[in-house]
Ligand binder design. Structure first.
Ligand code: NAP
Length: 302
């Protein structure tokens, strides 16, 4: 293997330690801790598992974590009223509504009802606009793209003047990370190209990339010959390609593969993220960082 492995688990642990220390300091100096409410509607098993992980992380950091579980048949009106309650609650700095919501509820309406200054997921149109403007306007960069940028920067990869190619243009990964990398800012200043299903000759774009960020959701889409020698390859894709029995627990678990042919790519790239254990662990971490940031904005110390 020639590429340096960018381990999301190690970077996650570093950042969580930094957050924990800051939470302690703020508690000592200001007598407050970050407050995060997680609203879960219904009992979708995947959502329960995400929410459980978020709650565990928040509690471990010393946050005031409120788990607000609501029945599957809650009305849209009642859910909006609940959000309004948390918008007005001074002890709450981050509001998280776990998606997907039941079909009778308009997701967009719910997400747009969250106070943009408590929207730690960074999906509210106000925060999307702030991200686009950049600089001091930015409050809450969306968590997966923010995690990707942290991984690049903390691995010592030069971004200024770099050719960044982003495969995928979703609102949660492709578009925001492309926007973040082109900002006139540290950890950015890149020349950015975004490619998608209508792009002619995907390979030729990928081959130019000093930093290749792949978020397509297509296992093995990026071939090793598309990778520039020495490039930094960030594989965001998480694709279930089968099942196996876990050696640790003896239970059935999913076999996960990224969007990049990892085994071959690691012989060409300069840096590469594994799947699993790469970008995955960063998302919840950045959610915690945004919640802490929200409290810091409120205290005027951000
Ligand atoms: P998405 O909304 O489905 O968007 C996929 C994007 O990739 C689209 O813009 C699509 O182009 C493009 N694309 C798909 N197939 C392509 C192809 N053959 N050639 C070129 N472009 C192609 O997906 P997403 O939500 O961004 O997620 C992408 C992947 O990242 C998924 O595997 C997801 O599970 C993973 N993910 C991981 C994390 C994490 O680890 N924390 C977080 C979020 C997502 P069009 O726009 O033209 O359709």
């Amino acid at each position: 293997m020639t590429a340096k492995l960018i381990k999301g688990t190690e970077i996650r642990d570093q950042i969580l330690k930094e957050i924990e220390e800051e939470v302690k300091k703020i508690k000592e100096e200001h007598g407050v801790v970050p407050g995060l409410v997680t609203i879960l509607v219904g009992e979708n098993p995947a959502s329960v598992s995400y929410v459980t992980a978020k709650i565990k992380t928040a509690k471990g950091l010393g946050f005031n974590e409120i788990q607000d579980n609501q029945p599957e048949d809650i009305s849209e009106e009642d859910l909006l009223a609940l959000i309004d309650k948390y918008n007005k609650d001074d002890s709450i700095h981050g509001i998280l509504v776990q998606l997907p919501l039941p079909k009778h509820i308009d997701e967009k309406k719910i997400l747009n009802a969250i106070d943009p200054d408590k929207d730690v997921d960074g999906f509210h149109p106000v925060n999307v606009g702030r991200l686009m403007i950049g600089g001091s306007e930015v409050k809450f960069p969306p968590c997966t793209p923010a995690g990707i940028q942290e991984m690049i920067v903390r691995s010592g990869v030069e971004t200024s003047g770099a050719e960044v190619v982003v495969v995928g243009r979703s609102n949660i990964v492709g578009k925001p990370i492309a926007n973040m990398m082109l900002q006139k800012a540290e950890g950015a200043n890149a020349t950015v190209t975004v490619v998608h299903t209508r792009t002619k000759d995907l390979a030729s774009h990928c081959k130019r990339a000093d930093i290749l960020i792949v978020a397509a959701g297509v296992p093995g889409l990026v071939k090793p010959e598309w990778i520039k020698p020495g490039a930094c390859v960030i594989d965001v894709g998480v694709n279930r390609v089968g099942e196996k029995i876990s050696e640790k627990t003896g239970k059935k678990i999913a076999i996960l593969k990224g969007d990049v042919d990892f085994d071959a790519a690691k012989e060409i790239a300069g840096w590469i993220t594994p799947v699993p254990g790469g970008v995955g662990p960063m998302t919840i971490t950045m959610l915690m960082k945004n919640t802490l940031k929200s409290l810091k904005f409120k205290l005027g110390i951000a």
